[in-house]
Structure formats: structure tokens, C-alpha cells
Design a protein around this ligand. Structure first.
Ligand code: FAD
Ligand code: EPU
Length: 339
């Protein structure tokens, strides 16, 4: 029998460390567990929320519904040839355990996404990305179940509508579809991605001229540890905002005023700006307001120094957003999911 717990504190289940409660919580380990919950008359009209590792969420108040913690396990090889391998992974598998497993096997494609907190099942929601790689480049398809109807569906890569920190699951199907497993296609050829300047710099520093998959993992882990706060020590949910995408002419105007502003190409008409740089220029870097603040080594990360409430975190986020708006006429969009 699946255990359903009432009035449960979510403090240890969200990396911001915000102290809120849920009315009900249940942990699922299989599709069958999920079907049982969805068919349970007692929860028919109860609001449901799917929880992975809680590392991209800000709970703003007690949740008056049922939290479904996805812990579906398993890593299985589906198919392989000399060049590539197709692997199916349960949504509840820890993302970095999966990455570490692939790196040990010398399967190439996810090593640049090392050390991103959370579960495999949440990775498609915002198309996780880091150091020149995005999930959409390695996802073959995914399977899940619609909460309303219990219908199973497989989405191929195209149908997920991936873009920078976006997917169909964060938009049309937000809170409507439970991802249960993901199929990846990884390469057996050790062609590592060294497109990110910081990664190349580190390779140079370490005098590595022929980088292996495990070198990439090591470098990404070291870079991340050097500037991102460890949620076990300081509460946070990674980047609070997305990097803003602006039109070329807008960037040209900003560049006249701020000659040292960098940009990264997106398409013919747009560039991406560094939200961290904009926030830093507004003077927020390392600033602490009460129980929360903008992190000293990465201003895009909002941190909880211990007892912050969601209200305090949101107030700080709004103040940061207003400053950036006033100074640059650029609107920062939240990356973190508010519940
Ligand atoms: P949760 O926070 O539990 O959930 C996030 C959202 O996904 C919620 O809306 C939830 O309802 C939904 N969801 C979760 N699981 C499922 C499922 N199985 N089916 C349907 N919906 C689901 N992100 C990056 O992209 N790149 C980074 O470099 C990065 N660095 C980070 C560094 C730190 C220190 C932290 C704390 C976070 C970072 N993040 C980064 C954000 C976060 O790690 C990712 O968004 C991650 O994918 C969230 O996984 P999770 O299991 O914790 O999801
Ligand atoms: N920067 C500053 N001041 C700082 C730190 C950074 O100005 O104190 C600027 C610099 O211009 C620097 C640039 O930010 O060159 C890049 O910094 P970083 O490599 O940390 O990248 P980011 O754009 O701030 C994005 C992702 C991260 C991801 C890294 C690495 C978003 C919203 N964030 O951050 O993802 O790990 O790139 O690829 O796209 C997350 O999504 O939660 C997350 C942590």
C-alpha cells in the first residue's frame, strides 16, 4: 500500500529551504502507484503537484492539495550500435547520478550538465542547460501520464517544443502531465563539447589538449563548485531569472551607454544578455536584505540565509527586477517555478 501522509513539512524537499506544509504527500515508484492515486476517489477533486528534487521551486504558501513525489527508478539500455546508445531512465533517478553513470561508461552528451541538482524527470520541464549543452540535444523521447485522464503519451523531441529554459510542459501542459521516463540518445564517440569559453579557459589552465569525457565532467563540477552555493548549506534554486533575450537594435543602444556589456548570439535579430551582469551593475551583487540576498559569487542566484520566507524572497526578486527595468529597460523573467 502506498503511504499518504497528511500535513507534511516541505522544508527538506525544496532547496530554497522554505518552511511550508502540504495537506497531503505521496511518493510514487511506478506508473501503477500513480494510476492508483489518480483513480482514488478521495483525491479526485484535490489539486495535485508533481515534485522532483524541489530545486527549481519557490513554495509561496502552504499547499492545499496532494504533492506527488516522483521517485520512479531505473536505468536501462534499450538499443545500441557502434556509434550510439539509447538509454531509458526513470523520472525519479537523481540527475547527476545518471550523468555520473554515463560518464563512467564513456557515453558522451550529458557530461557538461554535471552537478545540476534534481531529478531526470524534471530535466525536460525547463530544458536544463549549462556550459554549452542543453537537454534537448540528447533527449530521444519521453513518456508520461496526463493527470486528468490517466492517458499515457510519448512525446518525441520535436513535440516537447524545447527552447531556452522552456518546453510544452512549462506552458500548455503545466501541472497537467507527469513525466515517468525519459529516453536518451548518447554518443559512443568521445567528441566533447568545448564551446563554452570558461570551459576552454580551464582546459588551458590544466594543460589538457585532448580532453576526455571525464575531464569535462571534472571541469564543470569544479567551475560550478567555485561559484554556485551548495543548497545543503545555503538555500537557493540556482538562477532565479532567465538571461534576457533582446533585439539587436536594443542591444546596440545599451552598448553605447555600457560599452563593457557582453552579448551572446541567439538568431539573426536577437542576442542574449547576461542577467548576472545587469544585476551586478545595479549594485545587487552580494547584497543581503534580512534573511535573503543576491549571492556574492553569482548575483543571479537568490539565496536564503536560513529563515527567509517566500514573501521576503519574492520582495527581493521584485526589487532586483525593478532596478534592472529602470536602468536598462529590460524585463527579467523568472526561471524558478512559483507554487
Ligand atoms: P523540481 O524543482 O522538483 O520541479 C521543477 C518543476 O518541474 C515543477 O514545476 C514541477 O512540478 C515539475 N516537475 C518535476 N518533476 C516532474 C515530472 N516528473 N513530471 C512533470 N513535471 C515535473 N538548471 C539548469 O537548467 N541549469 C543549471 O545549470 C542549473 N543549476 C542549478 C544550480 C543549483 C545550485 C540549483 C539549486 C538549481 C539549478 N538549476 C539549474 C535548476 C534545477 O536544478 C533544474 O531546473 C532541475 O531540472 C530541477 O529538477 P527538480 O527535480 O529539482 O525539479
Ligand atoms: N557575471 C557577472 N557577474 C558575476 C557572475 C557572472 O557579470 O558575478 C556574468 C559574466 O558576464 C559572465 C556571465 O555572467 O561571463 C556568465 O556567468 P555564468 O557562467 O555563471 O552564466 P550565467 O549566464 O550567469 C547560465 C545559466 C546557469 C548555468 C550557467 C552555465 C541561466 C539563467 N543560467 O548562468 O544555469 O549553469 O549559465 O552555463 O541561463 C540555472 O538555470 O539555474 C543555472 C544555474
Amino acid at each position: 500500500m502506498m503511504k499518504i501522509i497528511e500535513n507534511y513539512s516541505l522544508k527538506s524537499l525544496n532547496t530554497f529551504g522554505v518552511d511550508v506544509k502540504t495537506r497531503y504527500i505521496a511518493e510514487i515508484f511506478s506508473d501503477n502507484d500513480l494510476f492508483k492515486l489518480l483513480e482514488d476517489k478521495e483525491f479526485e477533486s484535490v489539486r495535485k503537484f508533481i515534485l522532483g528534487g524541489g530545486s527549481n521551486i519557490l513554495f509561496t504558501k502552504d499547499f492545499e492539495g496532494l504533492v506527488i513525489k516522483n521517485s520512479i527508478p531505473g536505468i536501462n539500455i534499450i538499443d545500441e550500435d557502434d556509434e550510439s546508445i539509447i538509454i531509458e531512465t526513470g523520472a525519479g533517478v537523481n540527475w547527476d547520478d545518471f550523468v555520473s553513470y554515463c560518464v563512467e561508461k564513456k557515453w558522451c552528451g550529458v557530461e557538461n550538465l554535471s552537478l545540476i541538482p534534481g531529478t531526470v524527470g524534471a530535466a525536460p520541464i525547463q530544458n536544463i542547460g549549462a556550459y554549452g549543452q542543453e537537454l534537448k540535444n540528447v533527449l530521444y523521447n519521453l513518456e508520461g501520464i496526463f493527470i486528468e485522464t490517466g492517458e499515457k503519451k510519448i512525446f518525441n523531441n520535436y513535440e516537447c517544443k524545447f527552447s531556452y529554459r522552456e518546453s510544452i510542459f512549462k506552458n500548455e501542459f503545466k501541472n497537467k502531465f507527469v513525466i515517468t521516463r525519459i529516453v536518451f540518445k548518447l554518443s559512443k564517440k568521445p567528441e566533447v563539447n568545448i564551446s563554452y569559453p570558461l570551459v576552454r579557459e580551464e582546459l588551458n589552465n590544466r594543460k589538457i589538449s585532448d580532453p576526455k569525457i571525464r575531464d569535462l565532467r571534472k571541469i564543470v563540477v569544479d567551475i560550478r563548485n567555485s561559484k554556485l552555493p551548495d543548497p545543503k548549506i545555503i538555500g537557493n534554486a540556482g538562477s532565479f531569472f532567465k538571461n534576457p533575450v533582446v533585439r539587436n537594435d536594443k542591444f546596440k543602444m545599451l552598448k553605447e551607454k555600457y560599452p563593457d556589456l557582453n552579448s551572446y548570439p541567439v538568431d539573426d535579430d536577437h542576442v542574449k544578455l547576461s542577467a548576472a551582469a545587469l544585476i551586478e551593475k545595479c549594485g545587487w551583487k552580494g547584497k543581503r536584505i534580512g534573511n535573503c540576498g543576491s549571492y556574492e559569487k553569482q548575483p543571479l542566484v537568490i539565496v536564503n540565509y536560513g529563515e527567509a520566507t517566500a514573501g521576503e524572497i519574492l520582495e527581493l526578486a521584485n526589487n532586483i527586477r525593478s532596478s534592472v527595468e529602470e536602468n536598462f529597460e529590460v524585463t527579467l523573467q523568472q526561471e524558478v517555478n512559483l507554487v
